[in-house]
Ligand binder design. Structure first.
Ligand SMILES: C[S@@+](CC[C@H](N)C(=O)[O-])C[C@H]1O[C@@H](n2cnc3c(N)ncnc32)[C@H](O)[C@@H]1O
Length: 425
């Protein structure tokens, strides 16, 4: 846009001459001499609307195309403090060119299309080893604004790898506060290729920050296979058929009760170590379950832990149980950096409730949005690649018959909730 300073020029109603005293070029993102942006934030406009609303009458999920910096700025007015979870999987600053695997023509033959530098066909990670400054500027500008958008109970997950994670950790500390760093999730995405002459890189790192101390968190568990369960709970209760293992009731940490008596299942027992439970606890728990105590061959009491009450192995920050997608995986839709739904399922279930708003500002093939949809969360996704947006749109419209994420082994049967596709003005 060109702005001019018209001095003088109207005589009566009709301008007769225009003298341009000052000429100024204004472009999107231009800043004044003090570094303040001088252009107005851009706004999003709907270009396509799909289905009728099922959530709150006023809400439609959103898929926006364009550079996310402008989208994020346009959201500040209405979404500050309203987003419950942000997951981003930005370019890793690796300098890699990603190729897109596309089915072409009637033959449906697979071919590889090199992504160009334009935003049309996929993306290039343009930052190589020499452009860390510009990569960090890119990330910093976006993360500062995303911080504003997060709800007080909200969380952000930033998916990176060795190229930049250590630098981004430090800028995240600055923006979100070190005390809000909840952990670095180490995702083992490959068992290793054993081809490289140096050490294989087998992991990505996902940085997790909350907006405040008051975050929403649901502990997640890893289910064990039947074989693992049988190994962990090797005994069967004769009276009920329940599988169990047994745990100690005496331990030196409770040495204050050495020599004290307990009446357990009608037997009077003393301890040389210390009791874990008071007499009241023994009485209450045995009343709840008369088969609770396991007596060893030496006549010592232990208590039973049952397989049917076991929630699974508590998930920590080392994730080795989620495989990256194999080339022939049914979930694959042909986007080179597509992440597995299981990864997003864990993150979304860990930090949101149904109906919460989940946003991915680098949504690629739409994995986050797909998982949010299947788990009954509201969602927004942004990508600068029109190809990614089209792929995501198709993916969201063909969810029926894909893997259900709530019940293992079932197919997802629901219609996709209404959503709209937006673009920047
Ligand atoms: C690593 S991929 C994300 C893959 C995604 N997690 C998935 O499962 O498919 C990164 C994405 O960021 C997009 N991207 C890069 N720079 C962007 C920007 N400034 N604004 C919006 N999207 C951008 C790329 O087009 C690419 O699709």
């Amino acid at each position: 846009m060109l702005k001019s300073n018209n001095s003088e020029v109207s005589r009566g109603e009709i301008p007769v001459m225009t003298v341009i005293e000052k000429c100024e070029l204004i472009w999107r993102g231009k800043k004044d001499r003090k570094g303040k942006p001088i252009d107005k934030p851009r706004t999003l406009k709907v270009i396509q609307s799909i289905h009728t609303p099922r959530f709150a009458k006023t809400w439609r999920n959103k898929l926006a195309t364009g550079d996310n910096i402008f989208v994020i700025k346009s959201l500040l007015k209405d979404f500050t403090g309203k987003i419950n979870l942000v997951y981003i999987d930005p370019p890793f600053g690796s300098g890699t060119t990603y190729k897109l695997s596309l089915k072409v023509g009637k033959t449906q033959e697979k071919t590889y299309k090199k992504s160009s530098n334009t935003i049309k066909n996929g993306f290039n990670d343009i930052w190589g080893e020499t452009s860390l400054d510009s990569y960090l500027t890119f990330m910093f500008e976006r993360l500062v604004l995303i911080h504003e958008l997060l709800a007080t109970t909200g969380s952000i997950f930033v998916h990176l790898d060795w190229h930049t994670v250590h630098y981004v950790k430090v800028i995240m500390d600055e923006i979100f506060g070190r005390k809000n760093f909840r952990g670095d999730i180490i995702w083992q995405r490959t068992p290793g290729h054993h081809l490289s002459s140096t050490m294989d890189v087998m992991t990505d790192v996902i940085l997790w920050y909350s907006k405040t101390d008051n975050l929403l968190y649901h502990q997640q568990y890893q289910y064990l296979t039947d074989e693992e369960l049988n190994e962990k709970f090797p005994y069967t209760e004769a009276e009920t058929g329940r599988r169990f293992t047994h745990e100690k009731l005496e331990q030196s940490a409770n040495a204050y009760s050495i020599g004290e008596k307990r009446i357990i299942d009608g037997r009077v027992v003393t301890t040389k170590l210390g009791w874990r439970w008071t007499q009241e606890t023994f009485d209450r728990r045995i009343k709840e379950n008369p088969y609770l105590i396991f007596w060893t061959s030496k006549g010592r009491p232990r208590y039973k832990r049952y397989a049917d009450e076991y929630l699974g192995r508590k998930i920590g920050n080392l994730w080795t149980d989620i495989q990256s997608l194999a080339s022939n995986d049914k979930e694959r839709i042909g986007y080179p950096t597509q992440k597995p739904e299981a990864l997003l399922k864990r993150i979304i279930k860990m930090t949101t409730n149904e109906g919460d708003l989940v946003v991915d500002f680098f949504c690629g093939s739409g994995t986050t949005l797909t998982v949010a949809e299947k788990l009954n969360r509201r969602w927004m996704g942004v990508d600068s690649s029109e190809y990614a947006i089209e792929l995501t749109r198709k993916r969201l419209l063909t969810l029926k018959g894909s893997k259900d994420l709530l019940v293992e082994g079932l197919c997802y049967e629901k219609e996709t909730n209404p959503f709209e596709i937006l673009t920047l003005d």
